[in-house]
Design a protein around this ligand. Structure first.
Ligand SMILES: [Zn+2]
Length: 252
């Protein structure tokens, strides 16, 4: 067998043994069924594993991933996942998570033809075209960052306007959809202001968010990085002052 696969199986056996050591009924409990309260729609990028970076364990997140975390109404795969999550699992949250250094966002910018995948990336190319005045005013690095945010907002908009989510809201189901961006450089998940709990809230929040993005400058984006670094420093000082021994199941 391939060396990598052999290693993965060995790691898996070690992981399963460790789980059983902490909880002898871990797997038999898991076999009873799943009740995740969140659907995560993220990018397929190997650096953005949903459970690891949100401190969740198996059974806690229902996950769909594709290139550039898109919600396209004609994508039967994604829409089936959304339908099952909303109607069968009755998740309370759906998160769309984009990330920095996304290959899909970068590839859409250069307009090179790449066969089948170019069709998928066209959805992002539309964003470049629609917002070119803002994007042309920004540096290359910030342009990619803003397209990543625009893309998350766009996917929240698509998700919120899908018949599945619209029907859930219409029948009064408790369902919040919100956007995040994972910053690979510092490991932070950043909230994007496109949260919605109803069709009305979606309209208002999406439009306000896009309007706010359209005013961003290079200076604003640099300031955001500084503010984040300061907050991070403060939080890490607080962590040290309340340091406690960690359980290795918290880190897998
Ligand atoms: Zn990506």
């Amino acid at each position: 067998m391939d060396k990598k696969v052999t290693e993965m199986i060995r790691n898996n056996q070690r992981w399963a043994r460790k789980r059983l050591k902490y909880n002898p009924t871990y797997f038999t409990d898991m076999a009873q069924g799943q009740t995740p309260d969140t659907l995560w729609i993220g990018c397929s990028d190997s650096r953005v594993p949903a459970e690891t970076l949100t401190g969740n364990h198996p059974g806690q997140l229902f996950v769909h991933r594709n290139i550039a975390n898109m919600v396209i109404h004609t994508d039967l795969n994604c829409m089936s996942v959304v339908q099952y999550a909303v109607e069968a699992l009755k998740v309370k949250d759906i998160i769309v998570c984009g990330h920095s250094h996304c290959g899909g966002i970068k590839a859409a910018a250069d307009k090179e033809t790449r066969g089948l995948i170019s069709n998928w990336l066209m959805h992002i190319q539309d964003l470049y075209t629609r917002h070119q005045t803002l994007l042309n005013s920004l540096s290359e690095e910030h342009r990619l960052e803003v397209v990543t945010r625009l893309n998350v907002a766009e996917q929240i908009w698509n998700l919120g306007r899908s018949s599945i989510v619209q029907d859930a809201w219409a029948r009064g189901q408790d369902l919040t959809i919100s956007g995040l961006v994972y910053n690979i450089e510092d490991g932070h998940l950043l909230e994007e202001g496109v949260e919605a709990r109803s069709a009305e809230e979606l309209e208002v929040n999406y439009r306000n968010y896009i309007a706010r993005l359209l005013t961003l400058t290079d200076q604003d984006l640099e300031q955001e990085v500084l503010d984040r670094a300061n907050k991070d420093k403060q939080a890490s000082d607080e962590d040290e002052s309340e340091a406690k021994p960690h359980n290795d199941l918290d880190y897998y």
